[in-house]
Design a protein around this ligand. Structure first.
Ligand code: 5GP
Length: 197
C-alpha cells in the first residue's frame, strides 16, 4: 500500500537488530485517518469473505483492529497476555514468545467470545518471526473458528513469519513488506505487491 510505504519511508526509524520504530503513527501515537485507509484496503483485498469478527492481540494490535472492525461493522476481540498460567476452563489458552520483549506470555481468549461459528479476520501491526500469529491461529483452532484471512500492517520480509503463514495456505495481506532495511543509512526497500493499491 503506497500510502503506508511512503509514511514508513518518511517517519519510520530503522534501529539496529532489525527493528523498525513507527511510534509516531502506529505504536504510540496512532494516525486514525491512515488506519481508516488501511482498513479500506483490507476490505477490498478480503472482499466476499464472510467475516463476522476481528481477532487481535493486546496491546499494539488493538487500535488498528478496532478501525478494521468498524469498516466491517463487526466486533473485535483481543487476546490477553497473562503472566501466569490461568487455570480457568472458560478460556482458550496458548503461549507466545514475544519478539520485542524476549519473554514467553500465556495468551488467553474467553470461550464466550471465540466460537466454532466465528469467521475471523486476524489483524496485527507487525509480522516478524510469526510467533504472535501462530498463537492467535492456535486459539482460533482450539475454538474451532474459521480463519478467513490475516491482515498485517508491516511485515518484515527478511524474517520467517510471512513464509510460515503463507505455507499454511492462509490468505495473508501485509500492507507493507520490508524486504531489507539499513540502520546506518535509514534506507528501506519494500517488496512489490502488484495487486495492492
Ligand atoms: P512476531 O511474533 O511475528 O515475531 O512479532 C510480532 C510482534 O512483535 C508484533 O505484534 C509487534 O508488536 C512486535 N514487533 C516485531 N518486530 C517489530 C518491529 O520491528 N517493530 C515494532 N515496532 N514492533 C515489532
Amino acid at each position: 500500500m503506497k500510502l503506508l510505504e511512503d509514511r514508513i519511508r518518511r517517519d519510520g526509524i530503522v534501529r539496529e537488530g532489525g527493528v523498525l520504530k513507527v511510534d509516531s503513527f502506529i505504536n504510540h501515537q496512532m494516525d486514525i485517518p491512515l488506519f481508516r485507509e488501511m482498513a479500506r484496503e483490507w476490505k477490498r483485498l478480503f472482499a466476499g469473505k464472510p467475516i463476522n469478527k476481528v481477532l487481535t492481540i493486546e496491546a499494539s494490535g488493538i487500535g488498528i483492529a478496532a478501525i478494521v472492525a468498524s469498516e466491517w461493522n463487526v466486533p473485535v476481540v483481543f487476546a490477553k497476555k497473562a503472566m501466569s498460567i490461568n487455570l480457568d476452563y472458560d478460556n482458550y489458552e496458548t503461549q507466545i514468545q514475544s519478539f520485542t520483549h524476549k519473554k514467553i506470555y500465556n495468551v488467553i481468549v474467553s470461550k464466550k467470545f471465540l466460537t466454532a461459528s466465528d469467521h475471523i479476520l486476524i489483524i496485527d501491526d507487525f509480522l516478524a518471526n510469526g510467533c504472535a500469529l501462530m498463537g492467535l491461529l492456535e486459539l482460533a483452532k482450539e475454538a474451532g473458528a474459521t480463519v478467513e484471512g490475516i491482515g498485517i500492517a508491516v511485515e518484515k520480509g527478511f524474517q520467517p513469519g510471512g513464509e510460515l503463514i503463507r505455507a499454511r495456505g492462509i490468505q495473508l495481506e501485509s500492507l507493507a513488506i520490508v524486504e531489507s532495511m539499513d540502520a546506518a543509512t535509514g534506507e528501506i526497500v519494500f517488496r512489490p505487491q502488484p495487486h495492492h493499491h
